[in-house]
Design a binder for this molecule. Structure first.
Ligand code: HAM
Length: 408
């Protein structure tokens, strides 16, 4: 019997790993450049944590089971409830604002499609203990910094910003009561993906009010949107003017958001959201922790990889090694091993054949390894404790001491 990965799960062969690590490197760098510290939590949590805090959609997608101690547990589908739990437990001892990030793997039982799997990596960047709109803008800027580092520009991506408080206030002007609001918000959230959403709005609110909402979606009522202005202004200071646009359709599916909410999309709108986030000022308190405001976002690797592939901007393979060390003849195999050991000790990525092979074959292996240079260990040079350094692109050769070989 032959086994395949489960539907929605991925194998990462080295070529895919290069892409994932390239993306992750940009994530780590952007977060660290902005002073965020890395953290992590458990892959498995109590079922209730997510069932209660993630909102209906994610709760319905949980990978969940009863463990041998009869506890109902769930594989993590997102980080925010875990983060809120961890911060809540130690909040008093942590200097504020808390600026934390992580790059965990998540599991959601979704219908696999382009940009959606049942397993994915998601970069999370969160600030806890700041109610200032500048912090909302700061996390947006960190998200954009990583995308820029990966080669994307304001022509490729857009940050679509809205505010839950603004949405509520505007719906109140249409006499949408509190009980009806979640349903209406859910329809607005689905307007772009689900043709039935317009119909639902019309059924629930009548065609006049539905039309008004649709017109706000087409043309954002910016003059009335006082709630958004401080974040938009701070975004300008962070140099995000070309990236950020106010958009009435951004609601976010998750239940815990309380203020500004935003998502990043490709401009061509051929893909689902690359990232999504917002302010969740009540979550930590609702988990029994202190009353601390919080904001953050999650950016997944799946959609981002698709976009980078479409744009021809996938992270490049840095090759397996810097130098490939080749012994000339059997008696040079020992010296070649010593050269390799010396290079590795100096943090050069070095490899070479352990078996006796001909020079021509060894040079072929050198080219396959991704090395830009070969070190040829021959008896003549070695008698002066030197080696031949060959540029594998130009074919140029020089005789050097091993210590002279630098990282390229
Ligand atoms: P989310 O909108 O559920 O937010 O996910 C954020 C991003 O994760 C999405 O935009 C998408 O790129 C990626 N993603 C989500 N589900 C999948 C999937 N099944 N397959 C591939 N990629 C996926 C959250 O998770 C919030 N906890 C983010 C957050 C952090 N809010 C505040 N802090």
């Amino acid at each position: 019997m032959r086994f395949k990965p489960l539907t929605g799960f991925r194998d990462f062969y080295p070529a895919e790993m290069v892409i994932r690590r390239g993306i992750e490197a940009a994530w780590h760098r952007a977060a660290q450049n902005a002073g965020f510290e890395e953290f992590d939590g458990p892959v498995l949590e109590s079922f209730e944590l997510f069932a209660a805090k993630s909102g209906e959609e994610i709760a319905g997608q949980l990978y969940t089971f009863t463990d041998k101690g009869d506890r109902q547990v769930a594989m993590r589908p997102e980080m925010t409830p875990t983060l809120a739990r961890m911060v809540g437990a130690r909040a008093n001892g942590l200097p504020k604002p808390i600026k934390w990030y992580c790059v965990p793997q998540f599991f959601r039982y979704e219908r696999p499609q382009r940009g959606r799997g049942r397993e994915f990596y998601q970069w999370n960047v969160d600030v806890i203990g700041s109610a200032d709109p500048a912090s909302d803008a700061e996390v947006i800027s960190v998200a954009v910094d990583a995308l820029k580092a990966l080669g994307l520009t304001a022509d490729d991506i857009v940050v679509r910003l809205n505010d839950r408080r603004f949405l509520s206030r505007m719906l109140k002007t249409l006499d949408v009561d509190e009980a009806t609001e979640p349903e209406v918000l859910a329809s607005i959230d689905k307007l772009e993906r689900d043709p039935a959403a317009v119909k639902k709005l019309e059924e629930r609110l009548g065609s006049k009010r539905a039309e008004k909402i649709l017109s706000w979606c087409e043309r954002f009522p910016i003059d009335e949107a006082d709630e958004l202005k401080p974040v938009l202004e701070a975004c300008e200071d962070f140099g995000l003017g070309a990236f950020v646009e106010a958009d009435f359709r951004i609601v976010r599916g998750l239940a815990y958001y309380t203020g500004p909410v935003w998502e990043i999309f490709d401009r061509a709108r051929s893909l689902r959201a690359i990232a999504g986030g917002g302010r969740y000022d009540e979550l930590i308190k609702s988990l029994g922790g202190p009353d601390l405001p919080a904001i953050g976002f999650g950016m997944g690797d799946v959609v981002l990889t698709e976009l980078l592939r479409d744009k021809g901007k996938l992270p490049e393979d840095p090759g397996r090694v810097d130098v490939f060390v080749i012994p000339v003849g059997d008696e040079m195999r020992g010296p070649a091993r010593r050269v390799i050991t010396q290079l590795r000790a100096r943090s050069l990525r070095a490899d070479g054949p352990n078996a006796a092979i001909k020079l021509g074959k060894a040079l072929k292996l050198a080219a396959q390894s991704g090395a830009t240079r070969a070190v040829i260990v021959g008896p003549d040079e070695w008698s002066n404790t030197q080696v031949k350094l060959r540029d594998l692109n130009s074919g140029d050769e020089s005789v050097v001491n091993v210590e002279e070989i630098e990282r390229s």
